[in-house]
Design a protein. Structure first.
Length: 424
């Protein structure tokens, strides 16, 4: 499709979404330091990747509905996935030489490229089955898979299963009908109301946003949710969670630290704490270890002694799957609200940048990894409050603008379209 034939609304939407991807990865550096970063993170992560997958599904119809898959068209996603995963590993290895490269233990941004390949293939195989049946089964599986402990980050399976309904719905819906519906005046008025409520909820309750984070990223199971810190009284009653019998109590740990000569409160908000390798190996990954006066050796010994009598077992309430169902409802609402407000007209320069979002997605995280380790940047950005958010917005805009250029897109275009040497 030549540029003049492209639909401006979707190029504009992709530019907005890729900007939010970059912003979200900058914000991750400051999540635990500044509540305002956590709030903006929650605003973004509820809908930005679901929206990307919805759009990807909508524009993959021709490939999916073909009698035979065009492997030459979709295999480059796997090539880009491996290159990106290894490139990010090299960058991170510079600051952490203990890292090991595991190509199919997918924890970073490369998951989207791998997921696109898998989702296209799976949807092609399911194309002749009743869509209502497929969609309902997909939702059901996504609710159930969160109870599994054994998958981890292998093959990004949690994310692929959880995000499949967004991709599949995009595949099912007719683009022209979607554009018509999103352009209705009453839909746009409703969209404004939905976004106002979303912004207010996240900005007014940053701690609650952090509680939802495992569901927002969809990268892990329900066991990563901190049920001991459920922020809503009504939800505490709906989720009858009790710590398992093997869980080490706070008082036991405080006594262990006190015996070692450390008198600070275990969960004092002003105490600098860091996780212990020993605690993680023993399954006590929720227990912090003081990084101050108490030596790591003493802390690990006390933790090992406290946890030695009975292993810690983490459980989740049986109704936790309903949280993910609620996530789907909120994500779809905000997703369509955002898309309905995206400008339909072509915007000089910006709409063209929206055609090169793959370039931004591929390169940005390696740049972000480098930048967040620069002391001068942390001094400028890491002041908290409005200054941090403004600087994050500016940095994200600069990175997005630089990467959405023809030179950055050229090598990816060569990989995606071997017979084509120029960007349209």
């Amino acid at each position: 499709m030549v540029y003049s034939e492209r639909i401006a609304k979707w190029d504009n939407a992709k530019l907005i979404l890729i900007f939010l991807v970059v912003l979200g990865h900058f914000l991750e550096t400051f999540l635990e330091q500044y509540p305002v970063c956590e709030s903006v993170y929650g605003i973004i992560y509820l809908f930005h990747m679901p929206a990307f997958l919805f759009i990807s599904g909508m524009f993959s119809k021709k490939t999916i509905n073909a009698d035979r898959l065009n492997w030459a068209k979709i295999t480059p996603y796997l090539v880009l996935f491996v290159i990106l995963d290894f490139g990010r590993f090299i960058v991170r290895y510079h600051w952490d030489p203990t890292l090991t490269f595991r190509v199919f233990r997918i924890t970073g941004v490369s998951w989207y490229l791998f997921a696109l390949f898998v989702l296209i293939v799976v949807t092609h195989l399911l194309r002749k089955i009743d869509p209502k049946f497929v969609f309902c089964i997909a939702i059901g599986i996504s609710l159930i898979i969160g109870y599994s402990k054994g998958i981890g980050y292998w093959f990004a399976l949690y994310r692929i299963v959880t995000m499949f309904p967004f991709f599949y719905l995009g595949y099912l819906w007719d683009r022209e009908k979607v554009e018509w519906a999103l352009g209705r005046s009453w839909i746009r008025i409703l969209a404004v109301a939905v976004l106002v409520l979303h912004l207010f909820g996240c900005l007014n309750n940053p701690v609650k946003v952090y509680f939802w984070e495992p569901l927002l990223t969809a990268g892990t199971n329900y066991y990563s949710i901190d049920f001991d810190a459920v922020p809503y009284p009504w939800l505490q009653e709906a989720l009858p969670y009790e710590s398992s019998s093997g869980t080490v109590s706070d008082s036991v740990l405080e006594d262990a630290f006190a015996d070692a000569g450390w008198q600070a409160e275990l969960f004092d908000e002003e105490t600098d704490v860091a996780p212990s390798d020993a605690s993680i190996q023993n399954g006590v990954d929720e227990i912090p270890v003081p990084a101050g006066d108490l030596s790591d050796a003493i802390a690990q010994a006390e933790l090992a002694e406290a946890a030695s009598e009975e292993p810690v077992v983490y459980t989740v309430p049986p109704v936790t799957g309903l949280l993910r169902l609620g996530y789907y409802g909120m994500a779809f609402l905000v997703l369509f609200a955002v898309l309905s407000l995206v400008p339909k007209r072509r915007i000089p320069v910006l709409s063209k940048m929206g055609t090169r979002t793959l370039s931004v997605y591929f390169w940005h995280l390696m740049i972000v990894e480098v930048l967040v380790h620069q002391k001068w940047l942390l001094e400028i950005v890491g002041k908290g409050g409005l200054q941090t958010i403004v600087m994050m917005l500016v940095l994200s805009a600069i990175v997005t603008g630089l990467l959405a250029t023809k030179p950055c897109m050229a090598p990816l275009n060569w990989l995606m379209h071997p017979k084509k040497r120029e960007i349209e």
